[in-house]
Each structure stands twice: as structure tokens, then as C-alpha cells.
Ligand binder design. Structure first.
Ligand code: NAD
Ligand code: UGA
Length: 444
């Protein structure tokens, strides 16, 4: 079993990684510069919502395998491996902001006193592993030996613990195969395929994977827009496509588009990287453009259904997080959709089972309801932006009675269209026909 330090250990990836490594029997110290988060973790309180993580953290803290600190020297005292999981947000030009990564590398270098394998798990531009090597080399004590390994993370929020313990693959990149093999040993018990490659290739695998998944979603959203015009049902189209093993059924859910802390920033960062290296990333640009359109088109449909204007209308929004089972609102579709509706004069009342606590900061002009039913009360339209299970199970007859107008615009296609019609709703979803269409219109 190994001594592991996780830098950025109070964040989504850091906390999940640390807790999972501890659960596999390693001794883990989570280091973070966010004192408030570390103080909360020391009291057993999780700074983020992630199913199953609280129990995992508490169990491993109690077993003495997991602890937290804000001091680099303390965190690195016994460490054989330092995993970097700091944030790499978009900077103003679309490139990844590497300030946290640079600072982490510097502080690791200054604090390390024994041989260390530095493993980068943050999503970083191709070449950042070499940057870390240079920074550490320039700031370390002369006789302290280190190697750098890239180990991109593929977990999803909402299923982070499960993804972390059951990965589809482990990607390791390094100039030093021996170092990559030592990191591979940490994952041995997970029985996942392990691929060892060079640093830059490993870094590119992460961006290419996220961008490909975003492309799949934008592709199906473009098809959805056509389905609406041509009278086809995108859910059925995706089901039919997905049965082809070469295509696969995952990530073909049409809707209001992709958001979150990663796809938007990573597709942008790859586009930036390509453009600044003389490439012409036209596919990535179209993928982002289609995603912006998906959000705008949803507002347009609400506007049209309400007679061409949102001014003075009361709109209920169900779902603020960028996807279900997380409280994360970073680049959530809700932010742009709600802002646009408010700019057009709508009064927005929103509900989210978990993310609502971030709303006062991120959506200060939005009224937050205590339940989906309270949000629906008196609404001229109800818009669904996150596929939380509890929205799938709403008592829709009660919702209909509460609303001023029985209009639902569903950005996540969670209801059956014919059932909604039977219940007496005007129900608009993404990529599914709303009216019966005369075949004659489309033949010839
Ligand atoms: P996060 O913002 O939740 O966590 C980052 C943590 O790093 C914060 O707690 C912050 O205080 C800490 N930090 C910043 N600078 C530091 C420093 N110099 N020293 C110590 N701690 C420092 O971010 P996240 O969502 O966990 O993402 C981290 C990285 O992992 C990003 O590159 C992201 O793209 C990537 N990633 C994220 C996910 C995800 O689902 N969130 C999945 C895969 C990969
Ligand atoms: C995504 C990737 O799936 C992870 O592999 C990766 O590690 C992570 O980014 C990252 O690098 O941070 P995540 O953003 O947590 O994970 O969530 P996803 O489940 O991928 O969903 C992303 C967005 O796409 C959400 O807004 C979701 O609603 C949307 N989506 C997803 C669709 O609109 N349709 C789909 O079929 C799937």
C-alpha cells in the first residue's frame, strides 16, 4: 500500500480520488488551499454534493486512512505519489488557465524532501506535463528526485465514486515508463485496462475524449432540430442509431445541450490549442455553435408558445444543475436560459432539489421555490432543464391544476408525449413532433 497526497484534495476530483485510493487501502492526505473546505472536511462535512462520497470519506477518515490539511510540507512528508487535481478553468481567450497548476507545481517542488512521483490528473493542455517538469526542476532542492506522469480522469459528476472505482480504462503517460508502471500498480485491483503512453498523448486523449462526447451530443441535437421540422422522433432515431455497435447508444440524448465544469471549457481549450498551433478546428467550432443554439432554441420555443413575447409572463424552471445528481451549476444551461428569459421580461421562479443553494449567488434575480409544485403555481409555462428523477415522478395532474396555462417545454425529454397530450398539456420537447403532420408535405 502506498502513501498518497492529493493536491486540490477538497475539490470534486481530488476528494473522490483521495477517498477511493484510501478505500483501496492506501494512506491518503488531501491537501487544499481552500481553508474553509478543509475545515468542513475535518468536521466530516462535505463541501460538495456527490452521491455515495460522504459515506466513503467518513469511513476512511474513521479508519485513519484519510485526512486533510492546508500545509504542503505536512502533506508531502511521507508521500510517494502526489496527484494534482487542481482546477484548470477557461481563461478569457478560451485557453486553459494554468495558474493553479503552476502554483501547485511550485509548492510541491519547495516542500518535497524525498523521491516523488507527481501524477497530473487535472485536465491540462498538451505540453503542461512538460511545464510541470520544468517548474518542479527549477524549484526543488538539488538532490530530491522526481518524475511526472499524466493520468487524466474520466469520472462524471453524479456518479463520480462509481466511475472512479470502475473505470473503462486507465491512461498513463510519461517519459519514464518505470514511473508510469508504479502508478499503474495503484490501480491494479480495479481490473481496468491500463494504457501506458507518452505524456503529450495522454494529455490529448483526455481532450479528444471529452470533445468527442460533446460532438456526439451536438450531433444528435442537430438531428433533433431536423426531426422537429420533418416530423420524426429523435428518441427513436437515437435508439435506432445506437443499436449499431459502431455508434453505441450512450450520449445520444437530445436536449437543451451540454454544460458543466468540463465539456464547455475543454472543447474551448482544444479549439484554442488547435487554432494557436496553425490548425483549423472547424468541427469543434460547429460543436460549440450547435450547443449555444440548443439553449437559444429552447427559449424561442417558450416565447413562441406564449404568443411571441415573454414580457410579463411567469415561467417556472425545474432544474438548475448542469445535469442530474449533482449540485454543480458551472456553465449550466439554466444560467443562460434563465438570463435570456429574464432579459425578455419574464418573471422566473425556479426549483432544484440540490443546486438551489447556489442560486442566490448565481441567479440573484430568480425567485427560488421550495418545491416543483410551488414553482408551478400560477406559471404560464414550465420549463424542464435537468432530468432529476423527482421531476419524472411529479403528479402532473396536480401541476396542471396549479399552472395558469398548462404549457410544458421539456429540455430533457423526460415525459411521454402522448401521455402529456392525454393529460391536457401543450407539451413541447426536443426533437419530437408536436403536431400531426401531413405526409404529403414531405413527399417529393
Ligand atoms: P474543483 O474546483 O472542484 O477543485 C479544485 C480544487 O483545487 C479546489 O478545492 C481548490 O481550492 C484547489 N486548489 C486550487 N489551487 C490549488 C493549489 N495551488 N494547491 C492546492 N489546492 C489548490 O475542480 P474539479 O471539478 O475537481 O476539477 C479539477 C480538475 O479535474 C480540472 O482540470 C477538471 O477539468 C478535471 N476533471 C474534472 C472532472 C469533474 O467531473 N469535475 C472530471 C474529470 C476531470
Ligand atoms: C464529463 C465526461 O462524461 C467525463 O468522462 C469527464 O471526466 C468529465 O466530463 C470531465 O472531464 O470533467 P460530466 O461533465 O460530469 O462528465 O457529465 P456528463 O454526464 O458527461 O454530462 C455533460 C453534459 O452533457 C451535461 O450537461 C448533460 O446533461 C449533457 N448530456 C449528456 C446530454 O445533453 N446528452 C447526453 O446524451 C449526455
Amino acid at each position: 500500500m502506498a502513501n498518497i497526497c492529493v493536491i486540490g484534495g477538497a475539490g470534486y476530483v481530488g476528494l473522490t480520488t483521495g477517498a477511493c485510493f484510501a478505500d483501496l487501502g492506501n494512506t491518503v492526505v488531501g491537501l487544499d488551499i481552500n481553508r474553509e473546505r478543509v475545515a468542513q472536511l475535518e468536521k466530516g462535512i462535505l463541501p460538495i454534493y456527490e452521491p455515495g462520497l460522504e459515506e466513503l470519506v467518513q469511513r476512511n477518515v474513521a479508519a485513519g486512512r484519510l485526512r486533510f490539511t492546508t500545509e504542503y510540507s505536512e502533506a508531502l512528508a511521507e508521500a510517494e505519489f502526489a496527484f494534482i487535481t487542481v482546477d484548470t478553468p477557461s481563461s478569457f481567450d478560451g485557453g486553459a488557465d494554468l495558474n493553479s497548476l503552476r502554483s501547485a507545481a511550485e509548492q510541491i517542488a519547495q516542500a518535497m524532501r524525498k523521491p516523488l512521483i507527481i501524477v497530473n490528473k487535472s485536465t491540462v493542455p498538451v505540453g503542461a506535463g512538460d511545464l510541470v517538469t520544468t517548474i518542479v526542476d527549477q524549484n526543488r532542492l538539488d538532490d530530491v528526485y522526481f518524475q511526472v506522469v499524466s493520468n487524466p480522469e474520466f469520472l462524471r459528476e453524479g456518479s463520480a465514486v462509481r466511475d472512479c472505482l470502475n473505470p473503462d480504462r486507465i491512461i498513463l503517460g510519461s517519459a519514464d515508463r518505470g514511473a508510469a508502471e508504479r502508478v499503474a500498480k495503484l490501480y491494479e485491483t480495479l481490473n481496468a485496462p491500463i494504457m501506458i503512453t507518452d505524456l503529450r498523448t495522454a494529455e490529448m486523449i483526455k481532450y479528444a475524449s471529452n470533445s468527442f462526447l460533446a460532438t456526439k451530443i451536438s450531433f444528435i441535437n442537430e438531428i433533433a432540430a431536423m426531426c422537429e421540422q420533418l416530423g420524426a422522433d429523435v428518441k427513436e432515431v437515437a435508439r435506432g442509431m445506437g443499436q449499431d455497435k459502431r455508434i453505441g447508444s450512450a450520449f445520444l440524448d437530445a436536449g437543451v445541450g451540454w454544460g458543466g465544469s468540463c465539456f464547455p471549457k475543454d472543447v474551448r481549450a482544444l479549439e484554442y490549442m488547435a487554432a494557436t498551433h496553425g490548425c483549423h478546428p472547424q468541427l469543434l467550432r460547429a460543436v460549440m455553435d450547435i450547443n449555444r443554439d440548443a439553449r437559444r432554441r429552447l427559449v424561442q420555443r417558450v416565447r413562441e408558445a406564449l404568443g411571441g413575447a415573454l414580457d410579463g409572463k411567469r415561467v417556472a424552471v425545474l432544474g438548475l444543475s448542469f445535469k442530474e445528481n449533482t449540485d454543480d451549476m458551472r456553465d449550466a444551461p439554466s444560467l443562460t436560459v434563465i438570463h435570456q428569459m429574464q432579459n425578455e421580461g419574464a418573471k422566473v421562479v425556479a426549483f432544484d432539489p440540490v443546486a438551489a443553494r447556489h442560486a442566490p449567488r448565481l441567479l440573484p434575480h430568480t425567485e427560488i421555490a421550495v418545491s416543483a409544485y410551488e414553482a408551478a403555481r400560477g406559471a404560464d409555462a414550465l420549463v424542464i432543464l435537468t432530468a432529476w428523477n423527482e421531476f419524472k415522478q411529479l403528479d402532473l395532474e396536480r401541476v396542471k391544476v396549479l399552472m395558469a396555462t398548462p404549457l410544458i417545454v421539456d429540455g430533457r425529454n423526460i415525459y411521454d408525449a402522448s401521455r402529456m397530450a392525454d393529460l391536457g398539456f401543450q407539451y413541447l420537447s426536443v426533437g419530437r413532433p408536436t403536431a400531426s403532420i401531413s405526409l404529403a408535405e414531405f413527399v417529393g
